[in-house]
Design a binder for this molecule. Structure first.
Ligand SMILES: NC(=O)C1=CN([C@@H]2O[C@H](COP(=O)(O)OP(=O)(O)OC[C@H]3O[C@@H](n4cnc5c(N)ncnc54)[C@H](OP(=O)(O)O)[C@@H]3O)[C@@H](O)[C@H]2O)C=CC1
Ligand SMILES: O=C(O)[C@@H]1CCC=N1
Length: 264
């Protein structure tokens, strides 16, 4: 058996960095003792057996795999050499060629998990640079699958689009949930019941969509065919521009993803 894998996460104290760190330790991809996490302000209290540092070059030197998980606006300040090792980025917008150049390695994987990584239910598209080896692909897959489902995609343009669709994705059902809760509370339902009921609807629908093979469009059609309360609601929502609002939102996310890459 070879040496145990060592992994470093730059920005490991953040929302996504923490989710990935805890997921890969839980999945036994890395032992906490072989994990290095970096922070900028104060050292977070989780994973006390990991090595915590403010020195990102020390993290890179200690690690076989380096994951960059800082916000894109903090990326220009990351000045390290990965020295040819496998580097992975979860940053929105930052393209492979820039990652390779700035991190000094040809072995780069660009990924875009989502916030549901925190509960191991991310959907994560990823793409590797030409220098990524079969072993690197295997390691990247294991890390990403510890956080949920992952798919390798064909082009960086796919990542740019999926950044909005799935990277930002959890925000959209959350937006719907917030609107439904606000409406319920406005109509006199208690905040507790509003929260429990709306959460149950979203979770239940997620499970229903997962369990059934029908296209969601067909499920909507079945609801419409009742000509009852659901049809009344769906028709009013669509007349108010629901589908156009979703398309506009996804177009804005795509544009932002591309412009963030150009700016970084
Ligand atoms: N959250 C999400 O839903 C998703 C996020 N992403 C991407 O993941 C990345 C991280 O996002 P997220 O975790 O949400 O953001 P957070 O702000 O929660 O985490 C970023 C972390 O990076 C730390 N940091 C910043 N600069 C440095 C540095 N020089 N050295 C060490 N640590 C540093 C910050 O520390 P401090 O707090 O001290 O400033 C912070 O803890 C972003 O690029 C984002 O595009 C991608 C998909 C989904
Ligand atoms: O909003 C953002 O820019 C990041 C990327 C996807 C989700 N959060």
């Amino acid at each position: 058996m070879g040496e145990p894998l060592s992994i470093g996460i730059i920005g490991g104290g953040g929302w996504l960095g923490r989710a990935i760190a805890e997921a890969i330790v839980d999945a036994q991809i890395v032992a906490a003792e072989h994990l290095t996490l970096s922070y900028r302000s104060g050292q977070p209290g989780f994973l006390p057996n990991a090595t915590w540092t403010r020195d990102n070059q020390e993290l890179a030197d200690r690690s076989d795999v380096i994951i960059v998980s800082v916000r894109p606006q903090d990326w220009p300040a990351i000045d390290i050499s990965a020295d040819g090792k496998l580097a992975m980025s979860v940053m929105a917008g930052v393209p492979l060629d820039q990652l390779a150049r700035r991190l000094n390695t040809e072995r780069v994987v660009r990924t875009l998990p989502n916030a549901a990584a925190e509960v191991r239910n991310s959907y994560t598209p990823w793409i590797g640079s030409l220098g990524v080896t079969a072993d690197d692909r295997n390691v990247a897959c294991r890390i990403l699958e510890a956080c949920g489902a992952a798919d390798e995609v064909e082009s960086e343009a796919d990542i740019d689009y999926l950044t909005g669709l799935t990277g930002s994705g959890p925000a959209f059902p959350a937006l719907l949930a917030a609107a439904m809760m606000d409406d319920a509370i406005r109509r006199g339902i208690s905040p507790d019941i509003a929260r429990r009921s709306v959460s149950a609807v979203l979770i239940g629908t997620g499970k229903l969509l997962e369990a059934r093979s029908d296209n969601p469009k067909d499920i909507v059609r079945t609801f419409l065919d009742y000509r009852g309360t659901t049809a009344a609601a769906i028709e009013a929502m669509c007349a108010a521009g629901f589908e156009a609002a979703v398309a506009d939102g996804l177009a804005a996310a795509l544009q932002k993803s591309v412009s963030m890459g150009q700016a970084s």
